[in-house]
Write a protein that binds this ligand. Sequence first.
Ligand code: AMP
Length: 114
Amino acid sequence: MSETIFDKIIRREIPADIVYEDADIVAFRDIAAQAPTHVLFIPRAPIATLNDLGDDDALLVGKLVLAATRYAKARGFAEDGYRLVVNCNRHGGQSVYHLHLHLLAGRQMTWPPG
Ligand code: AMP
């Protein structure tokens, strides 16, 4: 996988508003927030897209989801609700090819998405 801007955020080479990190995951505020809370949860491992996940990544995917849901509960918006989104490739609207989970909260979401 070629290097992305998220690798630079992980290595602290460019600034980001990091709100959570552990051995496997880094989470930081999206620079172009689409909701009052918009945080990206990314694996430290350089996985480009959902299509690049294998059986060995099942635990990592679970950790990503749990990190996001724990964050939602800790910040007090779990009850009102939120949205988790993963965009994959061109039709999915992916623009950064380092796997990331969008956590969007703080406003009413609409469905279907555009
Ligand atoms: P996606 O379109 O699903 O690939 O999402 C990529 C997200 O990364 C977009 O919502 C961007 O606003 C966000 N983004 C790009 N560069 C940065 C950055 N330097 N810091 C924080 N978020 C970023």
